[in-house]
Design a protein around this ligand. Structure first.
Ligand SMILES: [Zn+2]
Length: 319
């Protein structure tokens, strides 16, 4: 059963494109070929040493296929890989899953979700997922951000204004990311200007935003690991406790069935595509060598597990 109207889908998809830094929707799926993807709040808890790490599901964007999405693969190859992974292939299902860490000094959120302001009509469930696990916005003392694409930061602001959802939290952002998005608007490539304007109206003006440069400890047990390429300042986060580590990898890859399996495939969302490929491989090799668990923002639920070599690419196995 296809329960959203075609109009909702179009409006949602158009908004999604804007936030991903693309200037226009390129194609729409027809209701007849659409398959539904579950869209309900959810969470999954994992232990990393003594720390509890909670994956919070924020919904899914059913991204219409288009030939420009992946450099390195056409739509037929993309569909074949989705099918092989047991996923719907009438669109590319791109889920959003944030991570919360319960630390002795309060809850630390890693990224903030879509805020229901991008990602289509099935995104924006993060607050319900937080509520389901018993975390209230006031419990969140620190938010660390991987990068400034809308699906990672719009959850910081109210839907109809630039008011903050977490006004009492410290928001720690990669300095390189803040610098890139707050350049004079004319210096930003045209398709990314809308997102840049949103950053300049919010994070740039908020007093509780703290830019941090390079590899650094951000909160007890949480270390920033620069992983540039997806964006100019994209940063992963290593959660460590009791000799165990979890790499919260942000957008080092988009969905693993496509981009971990084929690390050379370049999603349209990558700002510096060649560097994104290099970083993807380097970080996965490091995670394998160091025996880190890995979580991805677009990996659905469960999104925490291990990465292993798989032919010329990598495979994800849920914990
Ligand atoms: Zn993303």
């Amino acid at each position: 059963m296809f329960e959203i109207s075609r109009r909702d889908l179009i409006v949602g998809a158009a908004g999604a494109y804007a936030a991903f830094g693309l200037d226009r929707p390129l194609a729409f799926i027809g209701a007849a070929q659409a398959q539904t993807t579950p869209a309900a709040p959810g969470f999954k808890s994992t232990k990393v040493g003594d720390l509890e790490v909670i994956s919070l599901y924020d919904g899914v964007w059913e991204k219409p296929h288009d030939e420009n999405f992946i450099k390195g693969a056409n739509v037929e190859q993309t569909k074949a890989e989705l099918k092989a992974a047991g996923l719907p292939d009438g669109f590319v299902p791109i889920p959003f899953t944030m991570v919360a860490v319960r630390s002795p000094s309060g809850v630390v959120l890693i990224d903030s979700g879509t805020g229901g302001q991008t990602g289509g009509p099935k995104a924006g469930l993060a607050m319900q997922s937080m509520q389901a696990v018993g975390i209230a916005p006031k419990d969140v003392k620190t938010i660390v951000i991987s990068h400034f694409h809308g699906d990672h930061i719009f959850g910081l602001k109210a839907k109809d204004s630039t008011a903050q959802v977490f006004p009492d939290a410290e928001i720690i952002v990669p300095a390189a990311e803040l610098k890139w998005w707050t350049q004079p608007i004319d210096s930003i490539p045209a398709p990314r200007r809308g997102n840049a304007q949103a950053v300049q109206n919010t994070l740039q003006t908020w007093k509780n935003v703290k830019p941090v440069d390079g590899e650094a400890d951000l909160a007890p047990g949480i270390r920033a690991i620069p992983a540039f390429g997806h964006t100019q300042g994209h940063t992963a986060h290593l959660v460590s406790s009791g000799g165990k580590q979890l790499l919260v990898s942000g957008d080092i890859t988009n969905i693993y069935s496509l981009f971990a399996k084929h690390p050379d495939w370049q999603a349209q969302f990558d700002h510096v595509p060649d560097l994104a490929v290099e970083t993807r491989k380097k970080m996965f090799e490091r995670a394998i060598a160091e025996k880190w668990m890995v979580a991805g923002y677009h990996w659905g639920l469960p999104n925490v597990g291990t990465i292993s070599k798989d032919g010329s690419g990598y495979a994800f196995t849920a914990a």
